[in-house]
Ligand binder design. Structure first.
Ligand SMILES: C[S@@+](CC[C@H](N)C(=O)[O-])C[C@H]1O[C@@H](n2cnc3c(N)ncnc32)[C@H](O)[C@@H]1O
Length: 301
C-alpha cells in the first residue's frame, strides 16, 4: 500500500542509494522535514504533507473507502492489504495472550486494534492525532464493547504531546504505527520508560527490497541503543512477506490489485524488543540515599 512509498520523497536520493523504501528514523538526513510539524522525522509529511502543520493534520479529512483504504491528503494512510503483516505485529506484541495492558499509537482503520481485542487485553489506551480518525475510533470503541471486556481509553492528540502524561512502568506492550512517522529516538526512549519490565514494544517497519533488510535493521538497532535499549533486550526481528498496493492514493478506485494500483511485494520487519529492567539512574541513587538518610535520622531520634 501507498503509505510505505510516500515517505521517501524528501530523501529520495539518499534512501534509494541504500535501498530503504520504507520508514526512515530520526538519525537520517533532514531529520525535521517540516518545521511546522515538529520533531518527528524526515519522512513525516514528506509528500503531500510537506507544508502541513500539526493543526492541519489534526483537522485533515480522513476518508475510508470500501472498508479497504483510509485516505488523507489524497494518499493512502492505511489499507486492508496490510492485514497479514499487522496481525504479525500484534502476535509479536501479545505472544503469550496474557491479558496485557497496552498502549497503541495511531488508530488508522483499527485493524491492529481489532487483532488486539481478538487476542485479548486488560486495557488498551489509544492515542490518535486526526479528528476524523478519532471519530471512527469512538464508533469502533462503542461497537467493540459488545464483544470485548478490554478497557479502551482513547486519547485525542499527538503522541509527542500525550505520552508525557502517562506514567512510567505502566504498560506490558506498546504498538506504534503513527504513519507517516517512524520509530524515532524520542519515541523509543519514551517507550522504554512507559513499559514495565517484561513489556514489549512493536513498531511498524517494512522494506520493498529484501536486500535492504539487514541494513535497515542495523540502523534500527542503532536507534534503539541510542534510545537507551540494551543489547540483551533487542532480539532478532521476524520477517513477514506480504503484497501491498503501490503508491496510488488518488488513483484508488476499488480494492486492489488493480491496473492503476498493482500489488508489489513488501517485507515487514517485526521487532522483538523486550524491556528487562530499569537500570538505576543517578537520580534514583540520590533518592534512595535520601530515603536511607531519612530512615536513619528517624531511628536516631
Ligand atoms: C497507518 S495508520 C495506523 C494503522 C493501524 N495500525 C491499523 O492497523 O489500522 C496511522 C495513524 O496514525 C495517526 N497518526 C499520525 N501521526 C500521529 C501522531 N504523531 N500521534 C498520534 N497519531 C498519529 C494517523 O492519523 C493515522 O490514523
Amino acid at each position: 500500500m501507498a503509505r510505505v512509498l510516500k515517505q521517501c520523497s524528501s530523501s529520495v536520493a539518499f534512501l534509494v542509494l541504500i535501498g530503504v523504501v520504507s520508514h526512515a528514523t530520526t538519525e537520517w538526513p533532514n531529520d525535521v522535514s517540516n518545521i511546522n510539524f515538529g520533531h518527528t522525522n524526515s519522512s513525516h509529511m514528506s509528500l503531500a504533507h510537506s507544508d502541513v502543520s500539526r493543526h492541519d493534520f489534526m483537522k485533515a479529512k480522513a476518508t475510508q473507502k470500501d472498508d479497504y483504504v483510509l485516505l488523507m491528503f489524497d494518499e493512502i494512510v492505511m489499507a486492508r492489504d496490510e492485514e497479514g503483516g499487522i496481525e504479525q505485529y500484534v502476535n509479536a506484541l501479545i505472544p503469550e495472550g496474557n491479558n496485557p495492558r497496552l498502549l497503541e499509537i495511531g488508530f488508522g482503520m483499527g485493524i491492529s486494534a481489532d487483532f488486539i481485542h481478538k487476542r485479548g487485553c486488560a486495557s488498551h489506551t489509544i492515542i490518535e492525532a486526526n479528528a476524523d480518525v478519532m471519530k471512527t475510533l469512538v464508533d469502533w470503541r462503542i461497537k467493540r464493547a459488545e464483544s470485548s471486556n478490554c478497557l479502551v481509553t482513547p486519547i485525542f492528540g499527538f503522541w509527542e504531546d500525550a505520552v508525557s502524561q502517562l506514567g512510567a512502568n505502566t504498560y506490558d506492550g506498546i504498538m506504534y504505527d503513527p504513519h507517516p512517522s517512524t520509530a524515532t529516538v524520542p519515541f523509543l526512549k519514551e517507550a522504554r520508560r512507559l513499559l514495565r519490565p517484561g513489556g514489549r514494544v512493536v513498531f511498524f517497519l517494512s522494506v520493498y527490497d529484501n536486500r535492504t533488510v539487514a541494513a535497515t535493521w542495523r540502523h534500527t538497532n542503532r536507534t534503539l541503543r541510542k534510545a537507551g535499549w540494551h543489547d540483551d533486550e533487542i532480539g532478532k526481528p521476524k520477517l513477514f512477506h506480504g503484497e501491498v498496493m503501490a503508491d496510488c492514493g488518488h488513483k484508488y478506485t476499488k480494492p486492489g490489485p488493480t491496473e492503476e494500483c498493482p500489488f508489489r511485494p513488501l517485507t515487514y520487519i517485526i521487532p522483538d524488543v523486550k524491556k528487562k529492567k530499569d537500570v538505576p539512574t543517578l537520580a534514583d541513587h540520590d533518592t534512595a540515599t535520601e530515603a536511607w538518610s531519612d530512615t536513619r535520622a528517624q531511628s536516631e531520634l
